[in-house]
Write a protein that binds this ligand. Structure first.
Ligand code: TXA
Ligand code: MG
Length: 325
């Protein structure tokens, strides 16, 4: 089997009809979202969810984000406190996932939440929320990649990794944000940041006036998403804060940060020549994959500023660089 690819702009209605048909049969479909491509299946059907875990080779203790068409739909499945409500109104549709108490008997299957009493909800931007509205049920969707690998930001990435295991990939062009959603849980003392992502901590604070609290160490329960130290990993080894290139390496530059010995590098890619962190986030996973495809001896990355989307970029890079287990 090799996946059929339908481009959303060719015919949005056809793409929705075909995706609905596959979802109704309990099978996953790869869908474009503004962050990364998702491997979506009906969050109410246990067999469909099982197929997500199998297709990705994902550990089943790691819960999935459930995607909603809008805030009204989200309210049917979770208890939304006032601050989470404010965040949802401000950032949805968009790259923010809220961890919320699950409403009992709401229909989301416990396989999607890995048995937790909470659920991660997000309303994605664009075509995928139209699909969810048309389908009428929440879609559980992790990133559409083999577990532990770099997340896909194009339909081509999905096809290369999972094309043989899927029936249908919906192509919505390059994912504009390029890193996964920010995951937060609202507590009495502020907004707990479980995973930095497409909404910056500064923007969360500005929208609510509340402090963003970073986790000092991963908690023993599944609070910490993407959380295994080694994750988002290309095949080549990755080294960070590089100021010089070694022979045969790929070098990921940023702005005009200077790198010695660039002429020895096998490949040089600039995440953002104008030093724009949004552009760098959008290019990050694609460039890691390009470096891998070029069979380089390793990937060297220059220092990336830590503000705004830089926090999410540095989070993914440090996992890509972590010792492999
Ligand atoms: O941008 C995104 O978030 C993408 C697109 C497809 O929406 N999805 C994504 O899913 O990144 P995934 O499965 O790769 O990451 C979801 C993370 C998991 O690491 C999981 O630990 C965390 O969300 N998560 C889900 N439900 C949770 C819960 N109830 N409590 C704590 N963490 C949760
Ligand atoms: Mg993922």
């Amino acid at each position: 089997m090799s996946a059929k690819i339908i481009h959303v702009s060719e015919d949005t209605e056809v793409a929705i009809r075909e995706a609905k048909a596959v979802l109704s049969r309990g099978l996953p479909v790869a869908i474009p979202t503004e962050t990364v491509y998702g491997l979506a299946a009906d969050a109410t059907q246990p067999l469909a969810i099982t197929r997500i875990y199998e297709t990705k080779g994902r550990p089943r203790f790691n819960p999935l984000i459930c995607h909603m068409a809008d805030l009204a739909m989200a309210e049917r499945y979770a208890v939304i406190d006032p601050v989470s409500w404010q965040l949802a109104e401000h950032f949805w549709p968009g790259p923010l996932t809220l961890i919320l108490p699950l409403k009992p008997d709401c229909g989301i299957h416990s396989l999607a939440t890995a048995g937790l009493a909470t659920v991660g909800l997000r309303v994605p931007k664009g075509w995928s929320s139209a699909l969810i509205r048309a389908y009428g049920r929440p879609l559980a969707a992790p990133s559409a990649n083999t577990s532990g690998k770099v997340s896909p930001t194009s339909a081509q990435h999905v096809a290369e990794d999972l094309g043989e295991k899927l029936e249908l990939i919906i192509d919505g062009d390059a994912a504009p944000v390029g890193v996964e959603s920010t995951i937060v849980r609202v507590e009495g003392d502020g907004i707990h940041l479980l995973r930095p992502g497409g909404v910056s901590a500064e923007d969360l604070e500005a929208a609510t006036g509340l402090p963003v609290i970073r986790m000092s160490s991963p908690s023993p329960t599944i609070e910490a998403p993407g959380m295994l130290a080694s994750h988002y990993a290309p095949s080549a080894s990755v080294r960070l804060n590089a100021h010089e290139a070694s022979a045969g390496e790929a070098v990921l530059c940023f702005g005009d940060v200077s790198v010695a010995g660039l002429d020895q590098a096998a490949l040089v890619l600039n995440l953002s020549p104008s030093a724009d962190l949004r552009e760098a986030a959008a290019n990050l996973f694609d460039y890691l994959k390009k470096a891998d495809a070029a069979a380089v001896t390793g990937i060297a990355v220059v220092p990336i500023p830590h503000d705004g989307l830089g926090e999410a970029i540095n989070d993914r890079l440090s996992r890509a660089a972590a010792p492999r287990t």
